[in-house]
Design a protein. Structure first.
Length: 283
């Protein structure tokens, strides 16, 4: 008996919602919908339209559920973007675009506190200003109250998932892109957070891809006329990680090059490569 899987792939310029059939041996695309993802400039800042992204996922579920009930939903997205929740579990402020100019001069400020090389050896990342860490440092530098008034921070795929199933977690592959993850033990780096005065209490439990977060909230299912038993699954929620995971025959002798709004490349290793040579090559 075929099963149907719903996937939301949120890219920086568009979002693709796909319905895939699985017959026990092969996964095939059954249907797909594409929506534009346009940033919104409200002087003086640039934002993502989170509500449009959320609505696209809902629209996809509604469209596909007319004929085939999806047995699960997984969501991935581009990196860097996050949102804050208040004590009531509501979105505390709009989601800033990673190219917003609040981070324009932040890297030199960071270098004087904890060098790029130190961050690399702790997290495996060499953050550009668009990364999650520089965005959070810019908030801390400006002494914005949100860092202390917010209850949690969720990164985009898990933020959308939270408003579908009510569960607050962070998937490992996305955490690994933030420059906030201690790569030795796969936990949030106390060193990095403390150096830049970012409260550790904001960050949620890290889970592996394949974890079932929960099912669609009854209130969401009722409002949008959807089946309430659809499981929401943590997939490799960073889009590049999902893409590389799906490549047939990818092994330790392979290299990937990913072209999007950003370009990155990598290999598969048992442990992260954090050497002087890797740092000097910008890897």
């Amino acid at each position: 008996m075929e099963k149907y899987l719903c996937c939301a792939d949120m890219g920086a310029t568009n979002i693709k919602i796909g319905l895939y059939s699985f017959n026990g041996k092969q996964i095939s695309l059954a249907n797909s919908i594409v929506f534009d993802n346009k940033p919104v400039y409200v002087y003086p800042s640039l934002y993502w339209n989170f509500f449009s992204l959320y609505d696209a996922v809902i629209t996809g579920l509604q469209t596909f559920s007319v004929h085939k009930k999806p047995c699960s939903l997984g969501i991935d997205s581009w990196g860097a973007t996050f949102g804050f929740l208040n004590a009531k579990g509501q979105l505390a402020e709009p989601l800033f675009h990673y190219r917003d100019l609040r981070t324009k001069d932040i890297l030199s400020y960071m270098e004087n506190i904890y060098s790029k090389k130190n961050v690399f050896y702790k997290t495996g990342c060499q953050p550009a200003r668009t990364y999650s860490l520089p965005q959070l440092v810019s908030i801390a530098q400006a002494k914005e109250s949100i860092l202390h008034s917010a209850s949690e921070i969720l990164f985009l795929p898990d933020l959308v998932s939270y408003f579908l199933c009510g569960i607050k977690t962070t998937e490992l592959s996305f955490a690994g892109t933030t420059a906030l993850l201690d790569i030795k033990n796969n936990t949030w780096s106390k060193t990095v957070l403390n150096k830049f005065k970012i409260p550790q209490s904001l960050f949620t439990k890290i889970v592996n891809a394949g974890t079932i977060k929960g099912t669609l909230l009854p209130a969401v299912a009722e409002h949008y006329n959807l089946a309430g038993s659809i499981p929401i699954v943590s997939v490799c929620s960073h889009d590049t990680a999902s893409a590389v995971t799906s490549v047939p025959g990818f092994d330790e002798k392979s290299i990937y090059i990913s072209f999007g709004t950003n370009i990155n490349m990598g290999v598969e290793t048992d442990i992260p490569c954090v050497s002087d040579e890797a740092f000097n090559f910008g890897l």
